[in-house]
Design a protein around this ligand. Structure first.
Ligand code: PRP
Length: 220
């Protein structure tokens, strides 16, 4: 289902997985299409997020559990500990229900960050997280990785609370954003649907899909 990103993106700090599958490509095409209306965009984002989250948990620690079926006992497994999902508002909200459908007993935190339109720098307006994240698996949800500023802001907040097992799930990114995560240097797993060509002068991903927040919820 997945393929490693192009050579050079695997470093000691950053582990990149580009999820490349006929169904992820098809849903990504719906998201990219400028004629996709908001309700269909939200649906496509949720469908794609489910697949990306599955991949994000491919190596999640499991423990054995014996399950009684109607005709016997089956050796099954379950996750050792529930993760914490952290959508980066607003756009990451569109991935949260899908993530919770896959891992219903996960916890939830919220980080609100809006890019300043002039500087493209992140401006935080909400941080609602457990104070102690040591030993906790954290999965950050944000469809867009442009400059990487918003995600890095979120990651710094999360790691300042002691988290060391952190995964970021994104739909589409720019090479500049991936490079920013690599230069950051801390351990991070990035699961992403596609890495596009570049950023334009306005720091939008090209070809990208536009503004995932606006396309779900309308302009701010
Ligand atoms: C978008 C997107 C990311 C961020 C990516 O959010 O959802 O959070 O920009 O850009 P960056 O990598 O350069 O930081 P935006 O600021 O538009 O807010 P919104 O989700 O509320 O629309």
């Amino acid at each position: 289902m997945s393929a490693p990103a192009e050579s050079g993106q695997h470093t000691a700090g950053l582990d990149v997985t580009v999820v490349d599958h006929p169904l992820t490509r098809a849903w990504l095409g719906v998201l990219r299409d400028e004629t996709t209306p908001n309700p269909a965009f939200r649906n496509a984002l949720a469908r794609l997020a489910t697949m990306l989250v599955y991949e994000a948990f491919a190596d999640a620690p499991e423990e054995p559990v014996a399950v009684t079926t109607p005709v016997g006992t089956a050796p099954c497994t379950r996750l050792v500990s529930p993760p914490l999902f952290v959508p980066v508002l607003r756009a990451g909200l569109g991935m949260l229900d899908a993530a919770l459908s896959a891992v219903p007993d996960a916890g939830i935190g919220f980080i609100g960050v809006a890019r300043d339109e002039q500087t493209a720098l992140p401006v935080e307006y909400l941080a609602s997280l457990p104070q102690d994240l040591s030993g906790r698996s954290v999965c950050v949800l944000d469809p867009m990785l442009a400059t990487g500023g918003s995600l890095l802001h979120a990651l710094d907040l999360i790691m300042a609370r002691g988290a060391t097992d952190v995964t970021a799930v994104c739909v589409v990114g720019a090479p500049e954003g991936v490079a920013a995560l690599r230069d950051w240097g801390k351990p991070l797993k990035l699961v992403i649907g596609a890495v596009d060509e570049c950023l334009n002068e306005a720091k939008f991903i090209v070809p990208g899909l536009g503004d995932a927040g606006d396309r779900q919820f309308g302009p701010r």
